[in-house]
Design a protein around this ligand. Structure first.
Ligand code: HEM
Length: 170
């Protein structure tokens, strides 16, 4: 019984800590983005679960970014596309920042507009949606493997990635 009480207590502390993290989601209600977020249950609890992973993400960020570009070894035309328009080193920096932002716990107009702009950049270089989706899948797989510790954290990652994909395929 003592063990039960102790573990219940530490469980309560963990919940309190999660609830103290400041998260915010504000999307214009007149937009499809808002309706999409509601449809996939992207809410403050999702953002709290993502924010609870920030330290883990920072620990593994280099591995996440490296594995993202390593996965493109299977599609050399993508690497050629990168060399034509940019460099892997430069894109590693932008992806690093992008991933950290996914776990910051804030979704606002700036978050959405930035992703819409990234989508336009990719469309302008002719990146096909199938490669976009494959890249997100590889990233999600690595996040599940290296970063997430609970089912709820996996669900939050999957929800965020789905939202990003919807912004990109707009
Ligand atoms: C640029 C993220 C998939 C190629 C970028 C930028 C970000 C980004 C944040 C910087 C945009 C800026 O300069 O403001 C992502 C994410 C992806 C993804 C989150 C999917 C999970 C891919 C794939 C390729 C690719 C599969 C393969 C070719 C490029 C290139 C640029 C770029 C070439 C630079 C374009 C330019 O500066 O003209 N991406 N990317 N991206 N991405 Fe991606």
């Amino acid at each position: 019984m003592a063990w039960f009480n102790r573990s219940k207590k530490s469980g309560d502390v963990a919940v309190l800590e999660r609830e103290e993290v400041k998260v915010s989601i504000s999307i214009d209600q007149d937009t499809d983005f808002y309706r999409q977020s509601k449809m996939i249950h992207l809410n403050e609890q999702t953002l709290r679960n993502l924010a609870s992973l920030q330290a883990n993400v920072e620990t593994h960020i280099d591995e996440l970014v490296d594995s993202f570009y390593a996965s493109m070894d299977h599609a050399p035309e993508l690497l050629a596309m990168i060399e034509q328009h940019s460099t892997i080193d430069r894109l590693k920096q932008t992806l690093h920042k992008h991933i950290i932002e996914m776990f910051e716990g804030t979704i606002d107009d700036a978050f959405i507009q930035k992703r819409v702009k990234i989508a336009h950049i990719h469309a302008s270089i002719g990146l096909q949606p199938k490669w976009y989706l494959a890249a997100y899948s590889a990233l999600q797989d690595k996040m599940f493997e290296r970063v997430a510790e609970t089912i709820d954290q996996c669900r939050a990652i999957a929800t965020m990635i789905s939202f990003e994909q919807q912004l990109v395929l707009e």
